[in-house]
Ligand binder design. Structure first.
Ligand code: FAD
Length: 369
């Protein structure tokens, strides 16, 4: 079996499939340095819930329920700690307009039966004293956590190597098929690696691979900052989110501040405007960030789809399986994606929870309107 793409999704599938006795080859010229490296590592679907994305929220919640067990297995298999922190997330209103927006979000979250708590200004301040004193209100989402996504990449790579996964550090240029069934993958050096099952997990580049069922994935650029304190203590203790910015504190004192959402193709330029906007928005919530060192500006390309939800499951080509298009949620959706796709590879069964995310939902309409 071949997995095209070694981000968290491809590596996770490769690790678990190898553990189930499957011979796995991961094809990727630069494993682990795509969107999975750039991400913030928030596991925060309730905080981010959007109207019209309730099936996606359900899938995210299913994934979060498995996170503890998944990272427990991963840390044991790899000997790498992944920084899974059940820290919760605080959504903050800075002014009257934010407060009105938060009230709407809260009402929506409560209609969905989600566990959220409205906080007054004083309560917000008590939880996170570094927040600007003028904060008006907040929502505490105790079930939205974080993981260190770069450590997850390192752990998955180590677990794959220990599990006997073979790495081909080339690009996949074409999925080869014979009479409608997958027969292998052609690499950029011209070789064809034979396989009867191929998983496309090439993130934002999943639509570039010839013969891979024209998956509708596009890059959505994100710029994100890493700040650091001199004393190794981040100014906030949990994920903090305003309407224009989020901050994710790491145990080593880093603060991840993100992120822009830009339709710029694969442009990877760091722009002054993005850095300015992120820093200003973060400063308006936590003025103390002005004393922090700016240590890194990361740029990544989220694998976006027409409905912001992933493409999971069989395609129109026999043996070709999609595990891509995770957009803003690929780190959160890791356990549920891996379970579903490895189950499909080993038993041929499509579990109910991924049926709404079939890649076939975007097949061209054949009837005239
Ligand atoms: C700024 C930013 C912040 C984010 N924050 C969060 C967050 O807080 N929480 C969250 O859940 N998600 C977040 N995301 C989204 C998350 O990063 C992605 O959804 C997730 O990483 C997708 O994983 P992936 O394995 O599909 O893709 P990637 O990590 O991009 O991996 C794809 C791999 O495919 C390889 N590849 C590409 N083309 C080919 C080819 N032709 N042949 C072989 N290999 C190929 C690439 O080299 C790459 O290694 C964020 C994204 C960004 C950009």
């Amino acid at each position: 079996m071949i997995v095209v793409g070694g981000g968290v999704i491809g590596l996770g599938i490769a690790w678990r499939a190898a553990g189930a006795g499957v011979h796995v080859v991961v094809v990727d010229p630069q494993p682990g340095r795509g969107s999975s490296w750039a991400a913030a590592g928030m596991l925060a679907p309730v905080t981010e819930v959007h109207y019209g994305e309730v099936p996606l929220l359900r899938l995210n919640i299913a994934s979060l329920q498995r996170y503890g067990a998944f990272v427990g297995d991963l840390e044991a298999a790899s000997d790498v700690a992944v920084g899974y922190r059940r820290c919760g997330t605080l959504l903050v209103a800075r002014d009257r307009d934010d407060d009105a927006a938060l009230a709407e979000t809260l009402a929506f979250q409560q209609r969905l039966g989600l566990s959220v708590t409205r906080l007054r200004a004083r309560e917000v301040q008590e939880l996170e004293p570094a927040l600007v004193p003028s904060v008006r209100s907040g929502i505490l989402i105790e079930g939205d956590h974080q993981v260190d996504n770069r450590s997850v990449v390192a752990a998955l790579t180590a677990a794959c190597l220990k599990g006997g996964v073979v790495f081909e550090k080339h690009s996949a240029v074409r999925v080869e098929a014979d009479q409608g069934a997958v027969s292998g993958v052609r690499l950029s050096d011209g070789r064809v690696v034979p396989a009867g099952q191929v998983v496309i997990a090439a993130g934002a580049r999943s639509s570039e691979i010839a013969g891979a069922a024209d998956l509708p994935v596009r890059p959505v650029k994100g710029q994100l900052l890493h700040l650091r304190t001199r004393d190794g203590r981040a100014p906030v203790t949990r994920n903090v989110r305003g309407l224009d910015v989020y901050m994710v504190p790491r145990p080593d004192g880093r603060l991840v501040v993100g992120a822009t959402v830009e339709e710029q193709g694969f442009d990877a330029t760091v722009t002054a405007g993005a850095v300015h906007d992120l820093l200003r928005a973060a400063y308006e919530l936590v003025p103390g960030i002005s004393e922090m060192e700016l240590v890194e500006i990361a740029v990544g390309h989220r694998p976006g789809t027409p409905d912001n939800a992933p493409l999971l499951g069989p395609t129109s080509i026999q043996g070709l399986i999609a595990a891509t298009g995770h957009y803003r949620n690929g780190i959160s959706l890791l356990p549920v994606t891996v379970d579903a796709i490895v189950g499909l590879l080993t038993t041929g069964e499509v579990v109910d929870e991924i049926i709404p995310f079939s890649p076939l939902r975007f097949s061209p309409v054949e009837q005239p309107l």
